[in-house]
Design a protein around this ligand. Structure first.
Ligand SMILES: [Zn+2]
Length: 404
């Protein structure tokens, strides 16, 4: 089962009853967390047994389903807490600060035509939440193959979970093999006897990382006397950085998937698992791997949702092997891969060819073949152009930097 959370804003402020409901919900969650910590239990069932009576007394009129879902939220908080302790991390007693409530799909009604949510507060009291519905939202509301999952209510918006069974991946008619780099996806697209170079650049991601890193370092210096403030400010910087980068990665992933869907391509990616920059601290940061991992996560998830086959292969030696004669180079290359046999090609694209050949040799690309000799050196297809593809930051600071 695949789940996709879709955020909706509300046409008007949250009604008073709903506001007090999410406050009560948070109280109930925190009470259950405390009870669970004392009794050393984390399962929803155990929490239910343990805390139901007390919670009932404190929130005598709350809809029973909401109480149960409060135990569920508490259970997952406790589980995460226990995991962190097991890892040996120092952590505070867990506490939910954020105002929120979660309702399972039996505990609310959504009219998919009008976009109105009927949320029960207590016996005889319901509130209606009118959602702002855009074209994007219509896509989910009108698709009846999607069923409704849980609803999360926040003070200014709600999130509805849409669910569907994973579609069976199609039989590929072409392959898109991508090598993931710091500033771009580079690859080769093979359809029939033709192979072309492919590029989807995201140079701003590295620039954003650098800018936020510098900012964090400055903050740490400036607030060196106050570690708590410094930590909080840095955390806020980190969240902003993630949002900015996430947005761009989604754009890149969307253009890759749109292409793969139109051409019925299987997507070949390198397996980044276990890949860790090894050298100095400075270099570790510069080559921070998380945007690339995140990009893979997004691509895989969206491909899964659309039924596009994805193949992951071990990238061992992919940047050092010649796809024509199979020689492995032992020295590090420049931007271009050059082999004794006369083969030369841009390094990243060469790597993606090797990924593709690994996928084919392991019969993971659905019986498709590839002849590196058919590669058209003079053609480069641009899947994503960051200058036209990215929009400026909503807060006015431009996110578009004139680099390609
Ligand atoms: Zn060679």
């Amino acid at each position: 089962m695949l789940v996709k959370g879709v955020v909706f804003y509300l046409e008007s402020d949250l009604p008073f009853e709903a506001k007090s409901l999410i406050e009560d919900f948070r109280l109930a969650v925190n009470n259950a967390i405390r009870a669970g910590l004392q009794a050393r239990v984390t399962s929803t069932n155990a929490l239910n047994k343990l805390a139901y009576k007390d919670s009932r007394r404190e929130h005598p009129r709350m809809y029973a389903q909401h109480l149960v879902s409060a135990f569920e939220v508490a259970g997952s908080v406790l589980n995460n807490h226990r995991k962190r302790i097991r890892k040996g991390a120092i952590c505070r007693t867990p506490y939910v600060n954020r105002l929120m409530m979660k309702a399972e799909n039996q505990a609310y009604k959504l009219d998919r035509k009008s976009g109105v949510i009927d949320l029960p507060i207590r016996a005889g009291c319901h509130v209606e939440l009118k959602l702002v519905v855009s074209q994007y939202h219509r896509k989910y509301l009108d698709d009846m193959t999607l069923s409704l999952g849980s609803l999360t209510v926040l003070p200014d918006r709600v999130m509805v979970a849409f669910r569907k069974d994973a579609p069976k991946p199609f039989v590929p008619e072409s392959v898109l093999s991508l090598d993931t780099n710091e500033r771009s996806l580079d690859g080769v697209f093979v359809e029939g006897d033709v192979a072309k170079a492919i590029k989807a650049g995201f140079p701003e991601v590295a620039i954003i990382q650098q800018r936020h890193h510098d900012r964090r370092r400055r903050l740490q210096k400036k607030k060196a006397h106050d570690r708590r403030t410094s930590r909080n400010l840095c955390r806020r910087e980190g969240t902003r950085e993630h949002h900015r980068i996430d947005y761009r990665l989604h754009q890149v992933a969307n253009s890759v998937l749109k292409f793969a869907e139109e051409r019925r391509s299987a997507i070949v990616l390198e397996d980044l698992k276990g890949m860790r920059p090894k050298r100095s601290k400075e270099l570790n940061r510069r080559l921070s791997i998380w945007p690339r991992r995140k990009l893979h996560q997004i691509i895989e998830y969206k491909a899964h949702w659309k039924g596009i086959p994805v193949v992951k292969v071990n990238p061992r030696n992919s940047s050092r092997t010649c796809p024509i004669c199979g020689r492995i180079q032992y020295s590090r290359m420049g931007a271009e891969f050059v082999c004794e046999c006369g083969w030369r090609l841009e390094g990243h694209i060469n790597a993606s060819m090797n990924l593709l050949q690994t996928a084919i040799s392991k019969r993971m690309a659905g019986g498709l073949r590839f002849n590196p000799g058919a590669f058209q050196h003079d053609v480069m297809m641009i899947l994503y152009n960051p200058v036209t593809g990215a929009r400026s930051e909503p807060n006015g600071t431009s996110g578009i930097v004139g680099v390609t």
